[in-house]
Unconditional design. Sequence first.
Length: 329
Amino acid sequence: MNHPHIDVPVIVAWGAGVDSTAMLIELVERGERIDMVLFADTGAEKPETYLFIPIFRAWLADRGVPSEIVRYVPRRFKNWPAYRTLTENLVTNGALPSIAFGRGTCSLKWKVAPQHAWAQSWPPAIAAWGRGDKVVKLIGYDCGPADDRRYAEVRGLDDPLYRHRYPLREWGWSRADCIARIERAGLPVPPKSACFFCTAAKPDEIRALPAVQLRQIVLIESRAQPRLRTVEGLWRKTVLGRRGAQPRPGSMTAFIRAEGLLDSAEIDAIIATAPRSLTRWQAAVAEEVAAEGMRPEMARWMTVFDAFAGTPDRIDGAPGLYAGLRRPH
């Protein structure tokens, strides 16, 4: 129960997309209380999102609104090496995100959990919880059909630590209203907030990705392929295009190949070489860690992959380079 005579801290969960950005702009304009804005970085956001983040954080700072970037910090690793991003997590474990299997989204682990972990060491939240109050958390669900469904799933939940508010729904705002609000503020309209390989991505969103992320999609799917039984890839199942649906294959790699977004020889080289090279490297570093207690970073392997994946005539030489990354510097 909140005590009316005591200030209750207010956190805004900012996804760096259209809805939560417009919500923040309007909240600031109305002079509503905001104690902290939190953005949870999965390490797999779209390039445009990473460009927009510092722009909007500067806009907030100019108006005296503090913000922080938080990240999920893995503690235990099923396979070597250690990973720090969602992309590295999938590649390390040879898996697809849970949404590809129809089991919800990655947001609890990579978005909600790191925000809560940050709040657990935030003095205003600690004080509020200590006196039996709930921290107010503002979430940017609009009044469109997609967010209607999301809101229906959470509106009845009784969180013991947070009281959730949905200002856009209180105001009756649609996504179009949010876009208009951002434009009135003189800010660029950000892209949809999502991982670049999200199952919910539309074909045009994949077409717009840079080559480095297209190659990583091919890597993710080829690494997970031996374990796939019920889905074709990140897009789950082929959509034939009936009843107005946009046709696409269940595999993003198949789409990338069919659209000519990457050269077929490059795709073939990644599929044939990269997963095998990674598993060999994992085995080698696992032995070294067991012997010497070292913990290499998956980011180092990904750096080499990104450097060689665009050169099909050289990628066959990459396994030796991957092996050379065993010892962290």
